[in-house]
Ligand binder design. Structure first.
Ligand code: PMP
Length: 396
C-alpha cells in the first residue's frame, strides 16, 4: 500500500512550484498538526483564509446544522435558500448604500470573471484597467488583468481590451477615459508583497472614475473581513466601490465568493440578449451558513478593532538584522529581507521550527505574515521569537 505522501507525489497534479510537503492531520485555532503530531503556528492563514483560525466552533456548528437540513437543491437563484438570504442581509447591512445586492460564486477568481462581464454589459464599453503587479486570479479573464507578460504569454491569446496603470501612480489616472468600462484594483496590493495605497490615491482613483463614467471595482479578496483593521479596506481608505469583490476568509474555511453592487448595475446582466451569468454551486447553502457564522463572529467579537494593536505588537517583535523593511496594512504583512537568497531558507527553517510562512507570487524578497485574526498577544510573541530564530539561521 503506497503511503499518502507517495500517492500525493504520484497522482496529485502540480501546476505551480513544489509544495511545502506538510502532511496535514488536523488543524485547530492558529495551529496546524501534521501526521507525526508536530504542531505548526499558522502565520499565513492559508493565504488570508482562516481569519477565525481553523475549525472555529461557530463555523463547525453552522456547517453541521446545515448539512443535516439540506445541501444542493437547484441551480443558483431558482430556489430560495435561507442561508443565502440571511447572509446577503447581514453582509449588506455592513456596507454603504449602493452595495445592497449580492451575487454568490465559489472562488475569488470567479468574482473577477463576473465583474469583467458585468462592467462591459452595464457601461457598453470594452476597456478595462488593472494595476501593474496586481493578482486577481488564474482564469482567462482574471489572468488578462496581470501586467507581467512572462506569466501570461504561454497561454496566449488572452482576453483583449485590458490595459494597465501603475498602482499609486497619480499621473496614470489620466489614461482612464470615457472609453473605460472599469478599473479593477486591490486596495492593498497583496501578491506584489503588500503595497498599501499612498495618501488618498484610492479617493483620487474613484473621483477620476466618476468624472469619466467608469466603474470602480475593488478586489477585497485578501483585504476583506477585518484583515486590515477595518471590516473592509475600502472603509479604512474612505472610498466606496461600485462593485466589491470578496472571497477567501468569507467562508471561515469553506469555499465561497461574492460580488456586492447595486440593483441597477446587476440588472444590466438580466437585459436581453444574454444569459447573464449562472453557476451551479454559487451560494451553496453550507458555504453561506459558514459565511454567516464567520461574519457574525467577526462582528460579535469586534475582531477588526483589535487588529491594529496586534499589528503594532508584530511590528515591534519583528526586528532583525536581515529584515530590510516590513510593509503592513493591519495583519496583512510582508517582511522584506536584505538579500533574496535568504527567503527560501527562512521559510524552510520556519517549517523545521514549527511555523508556517510563505512567499508572494510576485515578490521574491519578502515573506508573508498574515496570521489568523484571533491570534493572542502571547502567541504573537512566541511566533515572532520562532521567526527571529529562523532568520538567525539564514544569516549564518
Ligand atoms: N484576488 C486576489 C487579491 C487574490 O489574492 C486571489 C487569490 N490569491 C484571487 C483574487 C483569486 O482568488 P481564488 O484563488 O479564490 O480564485
Amino acid at each position: 500500500m503506497p503511503s499518502i505522501r507517495q500517492l500525493f507525489l504520484s497522482h496529485v497534479a502540480k501546476t505551480n512550484e513544489m509544495p511545502l510537503m506538510l502532511e496535514v492531520d488536523h488543524a485547530k485555532g492558529i495551529f496546524i498538526y501534521d501526521t507525526t503530531g508536530k504542531k505548526y503556528y499558522d502565520m499565513n492563514s492559508g493565504i488570508s483564509v482562516s481569519s477565525l483560525g481553523h475549525c472555529h466552533p461557530a463555523v463547525v456548528d453552522a456547517v453541521t446544522e446545515q448539512v443535516q437540513k439540506h445541501m444542493h437543491t437547484m441551480v443558483y437563484g431558482e430556489h430560495i435558500h435561507s442561508p443565502q438570504a440571511k447572509y446577503a442581509g447581514l453582509l449588506t447591512a455592513q456596507l454603504a448604500d449602493g452595495l445592497d445586492w449580492v451575487y454568490f460564486v465559489m472562488t475569488g477568481t470567479e468574482t473577477v470573471e463576473v465583474a469583467m462581464k458585468m462592467v462591459r454589459k452595464y457601461t457598453g464599453r470594452t476597456e478595462i484597467f488593472s494595476c501593474a503587479g496586481a493578482y486577481h486570479g488564474s482564469t482567462y479573464g482574471a489572468e488578462a488583468l496581470r501586467s507581467d507578460i512572462e506569466f501570461t504569454m504561454n497561454f496566449a491569446p488572452g482576453v483583449p481590451g485590458v490595459r494597465h496603470i501603475g498602482f499609486n501612480n497619480e499621473a496614470d489616472l489620466e489614461k482612464i477615459t470615457t472609453k473605460t468600462a472599469a478599473v479593477i484594483v486591490e486596495p492593498v496590493q497583496a501578491e506584489s508583497g503588500v503595497i498599501p495605497p499612498v495618501d488618498d490615491y484610492l479617493i483620487k482613483l474613484k473621483t477620476r472614475c466618476e468624472e469619466v463614467g467608469a466603474l470602480l471595482v475593488l478586489d477585497e479578496i485578501q483585504t476583506g473581513f477585518g484583515r486590515t483593521g477595518h471590516l473592509f479596506a475600502h472603509q479604512k481608505y474612505n472610498v466606496t466601490p461600485d462593485i466589491l469583490l470578496v472571497a477567501k476568509s468569507m467562508g471561515g474555511g469553506m469555499p465561497i465568493g461574492a460580488l456586492v453592487s447595486s440593483e441597477e448595475i446587476f440588472s444590466s446582466m438580466i437585459k436581453k440578449p444574454a444569459l447573464g451569468h449562472i453557476t451551479t454551486f454559487g451560494g451553496h447553502p453550507v458555504s453561506c451558513a459558514a459565511a454567516y457564522a464567520t461574519l457574525s463572529t467577526i462582528l460579535d467579537e469586534d475582531l477588526p478593532s483589535k487588529v491594529l494593536g496586534k499589528e503594532k505588537l508584530i511590528l515591534e517583535q519583528l526586528k532583525h538584522p536581515i529584515i530590510r523593511e516590513v510593509r503592513s496594512s493591519g495583519m496583512m504583512m510582508a517582511v522584506e529581507l536584505t538579500k533574496r537568497k535568504y527567503l527560501k531558507h527562512v521559510v524552510a527553517k520556519c517549517m523545521e521550527l514549527g511555523l508556517i510562512v510563505d512567499w508572494f507570487l510576485f515578490n521574491d524578497r519578502s515573506f508573508r505574515v498574515a496570521p489568523p485574526l484571533i491570534i493572542t498577544d502571547e502567541q504573537i510573541v512566541e511566533a515572532c521569537s520562532i521567526l527571529r530564530k529562523a532568520m538567525d539561521y539564514a544569516e549564518e
